[in-house]
Design a protein around this ligand. Sequence first.
Ligand code: NAD
Length: 265
Amino acid sequence: MQHPFNNQVALITGAGSGIGRQFAFELAGQGAVIAAVDLRAEPLENLLTELKARNYAGGWEIADVTDRIALQAAVTSLTRRLGPIELLIANAGIGLENPAVPFRAEDFGKQIQVNLQGVANSIEAVLPGMVERRRGQLVAISSVGAYRGLPLMAGYCAAKAGVVALMDSLRVELRRYNVYCTTICPSFVRTPMTERMARMVKGRLPGVLEVDDAVRRMVRAISKRKPFYAFPWLSWLQMALMRALPTRIGDWIVGKLARRMLRDG
Ligand code: NAD
């Protein structure tokens, strides 16, 4: 059977944990060669050991997505060893508590740097090759939190909204180069990040999906080259409605939901 990602080299940022790690297994299972990037060697070594044990192909490099030069060097090295990158999964991300009081612009900025500028840096590292070959797909992992700012998540939501806008801009321009863009907005997925978030807000996160289920859905959307995919649909609908409602009503609903989440923890 011909797999949709057969022999495509897929660069995954933040591949050492959670969604990125699961993407590596799911895409490798569908024929992709995995080019894994993360901040530390140990999780990447473990990932590649497990991939190789299943006869999957790949390689890894350490790079911080906020460091354009280091990221470019990592991509050059992976390309030399594995071949040109045809699929980017810009997934690396962080979530910090970012309350209004006390408001810390530094924490806001850190999230913009990793979750938004990091996506732009990852795109810059792979896009020239894709444009030259007239072939490729850019995937960015945003969040349903992109639809409107949520309590304690100012930096995270602002960065994820930025990712949606960034991809909207590129998608239209890149079609004539045969480079596809896919923006993905998941709701809560069970990963080390959501475990940390639940501890941070001392609360319970609603409707959490298992990571294998969530990644399977995302890979299906990517294989269909969907321009935009938000899921599960009910979370997407709630957030989209909140955006469409008058602001006062949206604020009242978000306030109520946040209080209930924190109380139920
Ligand atoms: P995670 O914390 O389990 O994994 C994130 C990975 O990114 C880690 O391996 C981390 O080392 C890496 N990373 C962080 N900063 C980096 C940097 N500067 N350079 C390179 N790598 C870096 O988190 P996750 O839940 O798997 O999240 C993955 C992505 O999915 C993030 O962008 C997150 O915002 C997004 N997302 C997650 C959820 C969820 O509920 N888990 C929901 C919506 C969107």
